[in-house]
Design a protein around this ligand. Structure first.
Ligand code: ARG
Length: 425
């Protein structure tokens, strides 16, 4: 059993509840905000929260603190992936999806949530799930019934008839199948937003262009009119929810930004206007620049349709160059991978691609920590190893600022003060 309650072990017999504290130390710690390595570092954790962090010599721990030293390791804040599909599997693409019940997909989610957490991702945004399976997963994790990242979920993605979000184009007309999130027109879009809020969504996911993996949609073609997007975003914002829009083509990206969406997913063909709008409005881009390697390498065997492979060939390379452009222009970048299209647990592979396409290791880490936390509206709780933050802490062997790929092998995972993974002796 990997999961052990590190902090539950102190003196239960005391009359008043004891301060359950742990002094976690390691050879070093990454300060993601400054991008510096703090040598001989420690974090003091009390009741699942960080109360002090920095050079070990600067921290005074209560006398009855437990201690844990991770020799040869570097501590970092738990990573955040802003675009995953926990209920999807990398080997179940195209027509294979038609064989899956909502219940089976939910069980995928249970398995994949654990994998994602053990890979060092202590929080993730799940962007689209049928039957509110994501809400159930989020709550089961929050209740401590199953291990998994803290989930921020959208429920069914909201989009046009026959669009990328509705994902309903595999069946011919006689089956009369309509995707759960289909809504045409401003009022129908508002109604779907209300429904998703009613059933527990934390945010709204929509699609303002076609996609790579949806049958019969065009990545360059806009989906939804500006008017529809404005209604959807206004409705979501009025209830305090943020909006993430899937968008590859420039026109649909710009429509979404003009409507006020908070994050653009993929952003593959973003143009100068999109970059300008994103900067002006403080919208963030989640550009999934690793997944192209999986789609083109393993996609055919995984059931991805030939038309989707063609669309990917026309998208991936441009997206990587535009990632470089947008980052250089100073747009806020958040870490979103589209895991589920490729295997869950491999979420960290994108970090090295981000450094390949223009980021420093510290910038790549910020996209997956502080920037992501801000885009979630949780910048005071998540994404830093600083006093007041939740004790979501990971460790890798060696120095990730020198070799970002060390994050592909996370050795220690703590979430809210609970240890889920420890280095093997
Ligand atoms: N879910 C996305 C879509 O179907 C995946 C896009 C992957 N390709 C890429 N180059 N990012 O559109």
């Amino acid at each position: 059993m990997l999961a052990l309650l590190a902090l539950a072990a102190s003196t239960a017999a005391a009359a008043t509840p004891p301060e359950r504290s742990l002094l976690l130390s390691a050879d070093a710690m990454v300060d993601v905000t400054s991008g510096e390595l703090v040598q001989d570092a420690a974090v003091l954790i009390v009741d699942g929260k960080i109360v002090a962090s920095g050079p070990r010599a600067s921290i005074t721990a209560p006398e009855d603190s437990e201690t844990l030293h991770l020799a040869g390791h570097t501590l970092l804040p738990g990573l955040i992936d802003m675009h995953v599909h926990l209920t999807s599997r990398a080997d179940q693409h195209g027509y294979r999806q038609l064989a899956l019940s909502d219940e089976r997909k939910t069980i995928n989610g249970v398995v994949n949530a654990r994998r994602t957490l053990l890979a060092g991702f202590t929080s993730v945004r799940n962007l689209g799930a049928d039957a509110y399976a994501d809400v159930a997963l989020r709550d089961a994790i929050a209740d401590g019934d199953i291990p998994g990242p803290r989930l921020f979920v959208s429920g069914p993605p909201i989009g046009i008839t026959g669009g990328h979000c509705s994902d309903e184009n595999l069946l011919p007309a006689q089956f009369q199948h309509t995707g759960e999130g289909v809504a045409d027109g401003p009022w129908a879009a508002r109604a779907k937003v209300r429904q998703n809020i009613k059933y527990g969504a934390d945010l709204i996911k929509t699609c303002s262009t076609g996609g790579v993996l949806s049958r019969g949609t065009k990545v360059g073609a806009p989906q939804y009119t500006l008017e529809e997007l404005q209604a959807l975003v206004e409705e979501a914002h009025s209830h305090g929810l943020r909006v993430a829009s899937h968008a590859h083509g420039a026109e649909g990206i710009n429509n979404a930004l003009r409507a006020g969406v908070d994050t653009i997913e993929h952003a593959s063909f973003i143009d100068e206007e999109g970059i300008r709008l994103a900067r002006k409005q403080g919208a963030a881009l989640a550009m999934d620049i690793y997944v192209t390697e999986y789609i083109l390498g393993e996609g055919e065997a995984a059931g991805i349709l030939p038309e989707s492979l063609d669309k990917e060939r026309a998208t991936g390379t441009v997206q990587r160059e535009n990632f470089r452009n947008a980052h250089r222009a100073g747009v806020t970048m958040i870490y979103g991978t589209d895991a589920g299209v490729y295997p869950h647990g491999e979420n960290a592979r994108q970090l090295s691609r981000m450094t390949q396409f223009g980021m420093s290791p510290a910038e790549a880490l910020r996209s997956a920590t502080v920037n992501a936390a801000r885009a979630l509206g949780r910048e005071e709780q998540l994404g830093q190893l600083a006093p007041g933050f939740l004790a979501d802490i990971i460790a890798v062997a060696g120095n990730p600022l020198e070799d970002i790929a060390t994050l592909e092998n996370v050795r220690f995972v703590m979430q809210g003060g609970v240890i889920h993974k420890e280095p093997q002796a």
